[in-house]
Design a binder for this molecule. Structure first.
Ligand SMILES: [Zn+2]
Length: 241
């Protein structure tokens, strides 16, 4: 695990226990609240974060956000059972129904204790923390429950798995909605954009993803630079069938 300071008030923890990509957990530290964005793969992976919170979190509330229901973003929820865990209402539903199948398929990636801990606070469109200048909003794309975080103070946008390079993972069939979400990201004119598996994202990366989704719809014109991209693309195609 590597720890990187991103902005005055934001830290990224980069985990590399899964092959092919790294996974980020973000800490956004505000005046009275610390937001923990995603929880990676279990209790052990959250230990450095709990230690950090014990040092700097005195008198602050800790709020956990699950960007979507996938195992590599939620299995560390077990370390925050007594905290508020925010997720989209679909995250609650989809995590509940897929809990066991995710354990069955990806259980080898568990790091320490993993228990079924679902979001304790769900929403439909958006949630705001005005004093902290944090907005959390529904941004369906990668999955139907995907949510994003906008820090109005820093102009920083956290997109979860909706954008990554070299190629995005399409795990929901509604490509038009995915494109709308990405266009909405561009319209926000964020100063910085962070993804869960690609730390720093540029507007060009978002434009390329939109372009890719348009080609995915027609099934033509996609150019691959690696076998990895080819593999993910064929998985994406089968999602649309
Ligand atoms: Zn995902």
């Amino acid at each position: 695990m590597k720890r990187t300071e991103l902005t005055r008030n934001t830290t990224a923890y980069l985990f590399d226990e899964i092959e092919d990509y790294y996974t980020c957990v973000f800490l956004i530290e505000k005046k009275s609240t610390i937001f923990v964005i995603d929880t990676f793969c279990g209790s052990i992976s959250m230990e450095p974060i709990l230690r950090h919170l014990a040092r700097v979190g005195k008198g602050k509330q800790v709020i956990v956000v699950n960007t979507h229901f996938h195992w590599d973003h939620v299995w560390g929820n077990v370390a925050f059972q007594d905290r508020t865990i925010i997720g989209h209402r679909f995250c609650y539903e989809d995590l509940a129904t897929s809990w066991q199948s995710q354990i069955d398929n990806r259980g080898r990636y568990r790091l320490g204790r993993v228990e079924r801990v679902l979001p304790s606070l769900t929403f439909d469109q958006s949630l705001r923390f005005p004093a902290e200048k944090i907005e959390i909003f529904h941004s369906p794309g990668h999955t139907r429950d995907s949510i994003s975080i906008f820090d109005h103070e820093e102009g920083a946008l956290y997109v979860g798995d909706n954008v990554e390079t070299p190629i995005i993972y399409v795990e929901a069939p509604d490509v038009d909605t995915y494109i709308q979400t990405l266009e909405h990201y561009l319209a926000r004119s964020a100063r910085k954009i962070f993804g869960s598996h690609t730390l720093e994202i540029t507007p060009a990366d978002i434009e390329n993803s939109i372009d890719y989704l348009k080609k995915l719809k027609t099934g033509t014109g996609v150019v691959f630079r690696s076998e990895y991209e080819k593999t993910i693309h064929s998985q994406n195609l089968s999602m649309l069938k």
